[in-house]
Ligand binder design. Sequence first.
Ligand code: NGS
Length: 369
Amino acid sequence: MGRSYLTVRVLVLTVSCLVVLEYMSLLQSAENADKIRPSIFCMLDNHGVKQTHFLQSFPRDYYTTELLGADANSSNLFLLPPSPKVAVPTLNVPVNRSTLPECPMIPPNLQGKFNVEIDEVPDFAELETMFPSLEAGGRYSPSDCRARHRVAIIVPYRDREEHLKAFLFNIHRFLQRQQSEYGIFVVEQSGKGPFNRAMLMNVGAAEALNQYTYQCFIFHDVDLMPEDDRNLYTCPIQPRHMSVSIDKFQYRLPYDEIFGGVSAMTVDQFRLVNGFSNLFWGWGGEDDDMANRLRLKKLFISRYPANIARYKMLKHGAEKANPERFKYLYSGAKRISKDGYNSLKYRKISLELKPLYTWILVELPKLKP
Ligand code: NGS
């Protein structure tokens, strides 16, 4: 009896030691992964020399489409004529950069993990002086090379000025280090009714394509700050869920199909699934509906590794959940062809090319299911 009791204790002790050792080695490797130079995803050529960035190794033509920009004069996008007070923006024609060499596969000035600044964010006036290379509307192209992708960052927005300031302060520096060609579109919902995040993203897509031949969209919550610039904001081969690990969720993915927070889609992928549903008013479900659309159209959700696709979430109060979200989620498959980008209607109250972003204020109508 005494002997077997001793054996059990020794066994338990040994197993516990092994568990502790495994845990420590996991911690160590996660820590080291954050310290390595930002060169992951590299593919090796035959001589073992680093050649290309895996996610950027597709030819430029991969993202081109003759449909790009086709929305510019689409008439069904406006429910009512725009208000007469709308300032007509004078768009800067992008500088012809075709003679510049293509930017390197791996941006040379990445820092990897960096400190997100949220406590000491300058005010808007000062911020506007900090990014002299921005064009009106918060547009940017690297000056010494031709960016590989043209990316529209779409930010659904209402009543979060502090968050917007912190977002702009962090995101411009982040994207410029990535040598990205981008524009920032802040799409604001007017009024005080329930927020419709998905519809605002549809509006952002339409308005971004009105302005320029973007190749893809990154739909971005204003309260999420990327923490690692290896998280490249490029056009994805398959739709990419970007906010994989968020501090609020202890840097763990809450569930496999999540597509909220920050996500990237090419223009073609977005069109294939008919954009987002317009029917989700209030918090929750619209991103799950998009995940269902992707699955229905045989696309899949891709992700960068969790130690890179890390985000800090700014604090805010809880929004009111949409009691109808499950009803619309269950009937999503039936509606995909008629509820979405092709049925979008909105009234554009204002469009302004601000120094740091393009601001679009819209009134959203309740559309019939
Ligand atoms: C799910 C919501 C998603 C949401 C996710 C994370 O429950 O829309 O939580 O939300 N789905 C439904 O409600 C059906 S978060 O905590 O990040 O705000 O994106």
